[in-house]
Write a protein that binds this ligand. Structure first.
Ligand code: Z5A
Length: 221
């Protein structure tokens, strides 16, 4: 049986890395084989493109070029990492995916959604996430967390944008969630870590594991 595909979205410091890892650990403890990955990146080719984008050297080339670079990275990531894992029955948990492009490059960068959708068709194809979590935190909370975690290291291409940019991002993710309630679930990322983790797990159990258990029971002799 094909595996399930879960993505995490949200602004900087909203807890995506923390909770992708926590969910993977919990699924493994339940005996579910899963692959933990991220975007941009997640395959050798995509990691090279990640470095180019996040260093900021592609910024002067314009937002369309950055969008195409994200798409090139995604194409490699889907072909090399995501699709083979799903086809092998593994679950894939990914830190950022299509909704980050829709929000950062689409809603905020004003790249034509027709271009974004066309790139999605080519790069993602049928590999649309089964479930997406948007971890929602106010921009100042997320930026403060990201800054603490970063320490003395320099802010990357997107972290260095103004706080208003990050508030607009937050709103844009919430708009996407309103449009696709069957796929996207918003979780309040301000809650303590273990509370957030419990809410995520409860949603996975209800939406994906309940179905998986029921399906297994149907085919059991
Ligand atoms: N981007 C794009 O523009 N278009 C695209 O299509 C894609 C991406 C795919 C990737 O950056 C950048 O690429 C991203 C969008 C753009 N913008 N930026 N910057 P990245 O991968 O380097 O970073 P990020 O995705 O923004 O994640 P992050 O800043 O690393 O944050 P996070 O993963 O959401 O948070 P975290 O590392 O789990 O948590 C941050 C800190 O908060 C950490 O110390 C935790 O221990 C702490 N934390 C977590 N949860 C809690 C709670 N509940 N309470 C208190 N503290 C907490």
């Amino acid at each position: 049986m094909r595996g399930k595909f879960i993505t995490f979205e949200g602004g900087e410091g909203s807890g995506k890395s923390t909770h992708t890892a926590a969910l993977a650990e919990r699924l493994r403890a339940r005996g579910i084989d899963c692959v933990l990955t991220r975007e941009p990146g997640g395959s050798a080719g995509a990691e090279i493109i990640r470095h180019i984008i996040l260093s900021g050297i592609a910024k002067p080339l314009g937002v369309e070029t950055e969008t195409i670079l994200f798409a090139a990275a995604r194409d490699d990531h889907v072909r090399v990492t995501i699709e083979p894992a799903l086809n092998a029955g593994q679950w894939v948990i990914c830190d950022r995916f299509i909704d980050s492009t829709r929000v950062y490059q689409g809603a905020l960068g004003k790249v034509d959604m027709k271009l974004i959708r066309s790139l999605e068709r080519v790069t993602v194809g049928p590999n649309v996430p089964d479930l997406t979590f948007v971890l929602d935190v106010p921009a100042n909370v997320g930026l403060a967390r990201a800054k603490t975690r970063r320490g003395a290291a320099a802010a990357d291409r997107f972290e260095s944008e103004a706080v208003e940019f990050h508030e607009d991002l937050r709103r844009a993710f919430l708009v996407l969630a309103e449009r696709e309630p069957k796929r996207i679930v918003v979780i309040d990322g301000r809650a303590p870590r273990d509370v957030v983790a419990e809410r995520i797990w409860a949603t996975v159990e209800e939406r994906l594991l309940g179905g998986a258990v029921a399906a297994a029971e149907t085919v059991a002799p």
